[in-house]
Design a protein around this ligand. Structure first.
Ligand SMILES: Cc1cc2nc3c(=O)[nH]c(=O)nc-3n(C[C@H](O)[C@H](O)[C@H](O)COP(=O)(O)OP(=O)(O)OC[C@H]3O[C@@H](n4cnc5c(N)ncnc54)[C@H](O)[C@@H]3O)c2cc1C
Length: 382
């Protein structure tokens, strides 16, 4: 328990949380950062984005080029060869680790870290009171959430080598880890540009992604509903037909892997369905909607959620103001994938958007706190 009242508490140790904490530290705002624990990290983007390649500025060749410049001369030939062949991709974990190092090194004393998950949040007057899993109580004047989302994953009814049928999502992990199963159209869609691709999903979103891939990349596309009924608007069905995109409704019973090169997950060949059909594919895009929006704390505090997401509250995004990232609860801000910005469509779920809206939120909090100081310095009636 800390009696300290922090100007800001940030919950979430991913991209949005990291960007908010760095901004707050650079504004010299005393901040407590509740980063989550192993379990929340495993269920977040921090552990699953290994290779960011849609952002200018984040690219292995920038670092490689600079290091190679330092390694000129015969005596460095061996080191140059290592650097030239090194896998220098940058993932979300690298970004967050770097923020942690920076705030510890450059802003020690400004940021207090708690490596635990927040389990509850309430308001006592103007103050937010947060409880962590291990029982710590944290108090703050402003609260920023960036706890993320998790996608729905396809369960595959596949047979083990020993002959046992296991119906589980675990079959897809090696493919997700090797970017042959994809989740993000903007970030990863371009990887499919020369290869046949299936889209997992049974609704309009999956159909629209299939159409987009076909139009943008000119590739063969199929839709796998994995046992569900395919449902899309008449106009969409007509377009799918015109492009030769078929929706297969049979369950997937085998992921066809391997051309003899590389470990499992690196070379997807296609899918075998329960009705005996084989659908060739080098990539699979998962478009089955969200399994969870981690909005529990926002809900406890009474923040308005986006009802357009359907009846399940656990799948609703938190509505925020586009200019400030503030929720319907004054002083409560939310950023990153868990949010939808009012009046802005679409709300991109990207590293750079999480970062921009984290900065908007922290600077809004900073401005309000500085305004309060101004009022004290020159009272209105003084
Ligand atoms: C496969 C894939 C590839 C992607 N590639 C790119 C890309 O190349 N470029 C790009 O711009 N974007 C990419 N994205 C999107 C990007 O990863 C997300 O937009 C970004 O990570 C969202 O940040 P966030 O802070 O909302 O959530 P996350 O980064 O998921 O962070 C959520 C954090 O909240 C913590 N947490 C959850 N619950 C609690 C709790 N109760 N208490 C405390 N902490 C909690 C978790 O531990 C985690 O640290 C990709 C996404 C996917 C799925």
């Amino acid at each position: 328990m800390t009696d300290d009242l922090f100007p800001l508490a940030v919950i979430g140790g991913g991209i949005g949380g990291g960007a908010a904490v760095l901004r707050a530290a650079q504004n010299m705002m005393r901040t407590v950062w509740i980063r989550g624990d192993r379990a929340t990290a495993r269920a977040s983007r921090v552990k699953y984005v290994y290779n960011i390649d849609n952002m200018i500025g984040i690219h292995p060749d920038i670092v490689r080029g600079k290091v190679l410049e330092l390694l000129q001369g015969e005596e460095h030939a061996a080191a140059r060869a290592v650097v030239e062949n090194a896998h220098l991709h940058i993932g979300t974990q690298d970004i967050v680790d770097n923020v942690v190092e920076r705030v510890r090194g450059e802003f020690a004393g400004t940021v207090t870290e708690i490596e635990d998950k927040a389990v509850s949040a309430r308001r006592e007057g103007e103050v937010f009171v947060i409880e962590t899993g291990a029982g710590a109580t944290v108090k703050s004047r402003a609260l920023l959430l960036s706890t993320g989302v998790m996608d729905e994953q396809p369960s595959i009814k596949m047979r083990t080598k020993a002959g046992k049928v296991i119906d589980d999502i675990r079959w897809i992990y090696p493919y997700a880890n090797n970017e042959t199963f994809l989740y993000c159209v903007i970030c990863e869609g371009h990887l499919t540009r020369e290869a046949s691709t299936v889209v997992f999903g049974a609704g309009e979103t999956a159909a629209q992604i299939g159409i987009l891939f076909h139009e943008r990349y000119g590739i063969p596309v199929a839709i796998l509903t994995n046992g569900e009924r395919f449902e899309a608007a008449e106009k969409t069905r007509a377009l799918l037909g015109g492009y030769g995109i078929r929706a297969f409704e049979s369950r997937v019973v085998e992921i066809l892997d391997g051309d003899g090169e590389g470990p499992r997950g690196t070379s997807l060949r296609g899918f075998r369905l329960e009705d005996g059909t084989t659908v060739p594919a080098r990539f699979a895009m998962i478009a089955m909607g969200l399994h969870r929006v981690y909005n529990d704390l926002a809900r406890q505090l009474g923040a308005e959620l986006d009802a357009r997401d359907g009846p399940d509250e656990g799948k609703r995004h938190v509505l925020v103001e586009a200019a400030t990232s503030e929720t319907s609860v004054p002083g409560l801000f939310a950023v990153g994938d868990m949010t939808r910005r009012r009046g802005t469509s679409p709300s991109y779920k990207q590293i750079y958007t999480a970062q921009e809206y984290a900065v908007r939120a922290v600077n809004t909090i900073d401005l309000r706190q500085r305004r309060a100081r101004r009022e004290k310095a020159v009272p209105r009636d003084g």
